[in-house]
Design a protein around this ligand. Structure first.
Ligand code: SF4
Ligand code: SF4
Length: 346
């Protein structure tokens, strides 16, 4: 990895450079909640002043810029016996500035499923390849347990990654385009003092996390498959699906065909879906093999912390705690995992 030092003033120039010909998405404050706490969202920005790199977290992840909630996969038009099909991929350049390590790790996990597996999605890949990513280090967010699932640091999956050293940024460079983009502004090589300051900031951040006991979790989950813990939490679940919608790693979706009444046009539409919805597991003939909330809630946790580990040797969850924050029933991974650990010890 190459490192450079960038003054805060030069970073502003860097954003101005990006804004010249690239759509820039960054955390913006959109409101305050009932407690007066700022609410942030990843949105397009027009100038540097709109960007809030000191944001704690966002309610929604930046997943939508790679996996939109709804997108047309293809559209067809029919005229007599002649028909035409159109497929569009996103190729316009875009930059996302200010992603935290957990959200970049979330993209790396999505890459495994949507860009590198047996069925790569050209829609996802086109967005991923055309998105310039600038990440930034931050103090732990409330409820976040990214360190416990190995997602508090990131070594690839971005173009540039910044660590705030007070009057300057320590910038890690992870791609040719990141290196070339930095040529547009003044940077310098890190000195021994810069390296020390960077390592000190990383130590300070790492020391602030509250550990969550996830040791041997996949095996524990297999042992506790019939645990009453699942029913206890599922009885509170409202099957609203919000947890999956805000999750940076949930990628389940449904596809439907829409045809105009005169049969002249059709569209194949993909829409993100949640495994917590009542009809998620309904198959042809009307059979629903996960009709109750308990099996649906359990399925989500087994996918995140058991099935994905078996397939990719790492959990799908990056510990961002967005699902815990959005859930009106106070259902969240740390409490459920803690309950499973306690049940095991009883
Ligand atoms: S957000 Fe909470 S209530 Fe809604 S489906 Fe998820 S776990 Fe259930
Ligand atoms: S399951 Fe919850 S904590 Fe884990 S990545 Fe998804 S939203 Fe974040």
């Amino acid at each position: 990895m190459l490192f450079k030092i960038l003054s805060k003033e030069e970073f502003r120039n860097f954003i101005d450079f990006l804004l010249k010909d690239t759509e820039v998405i960054a955390p913006k404050q959109i409101n305050v909640n009932a407690d007066g706490k700022a609410i942030y969202q990843f949105l397009p920005v027009q100038n540097f002043e709109e960007i809030r790199l000191d944001y704690e977290t966002t309610d929604y992840s930046a997943k939508t810029y790679f996996l939109p909630y709804k997108e047309d996969l293809s559209s067809c038009s029919f005229l007599g016996t002649i028909w035409d099909r159109e497929i569009k991929y996103r190729i316009q350049p875009r930059a996302i500035v200010g992603l935290h390590a957990c959200d970049i790790n979330a993209l790396l996990k999505l890459d495994k499923v949507l860009a590198g597996d047996r069925f790569p999605s050209p829609y996802y890949i086109s967005r991923r390849k055309n998105t310039f990513i600038v990440g930034i280090d931050h103090d732990p967010c409330e409820g976040g347990f990214c360190q416990s699932v190995g997602a508090d640091v990131v070594t690839h999956g971005f173009d540039l990654y910044l660590t705030d050293l007070g009057d300057r940024y320590f910038a890690a460079i992870n791609s040719n385009r990141g290196f070339n983009a930095l040529q547009q502004v003044k940077t310098r090589e890190p000195t021994a003092r810069d390296n020390n300051d960077y390592l000190e900031v990383r130590r300070r951040i790492a020391s602030q996390f509250k550990p969550l006991e996830v040791h041997n979790l996949p095996n524990l989950m297999d042992i506790e498959f019939e645990s009453k813990v699942w029913k206890k939490w599922a009885d509170k679940c409202m099957s609203c699906g919000s947890c999956a919608m805000v999750c940076p790693t949930c990628y389940c979706y449904g596809v439907e065909e829409r045809i105009t009444m005169n049969n002249a046009k059709s569209a194949k539409i993909k829409q993100l879906y949640s495994c917590q919805f009542l009809d998620f597991a309904t198959v042809a003939g009307g059979l629903n093999f996960r009709p109750d909330r308990e099996t649906r809630l359990k399925y989500r946790y087994y996918h995140q912390h058991r099935g994905f580990v078996e397939a990719y040797e790492e959990p799908l969850c990056v510990g961002c705690y967005r699902c815990g924050r959005v859930c009106l029933a106070d259902i969240n991974p740390p409490d459920i995992i803690q309950d499973l650990q306690t049940e095991y010890q009883e």
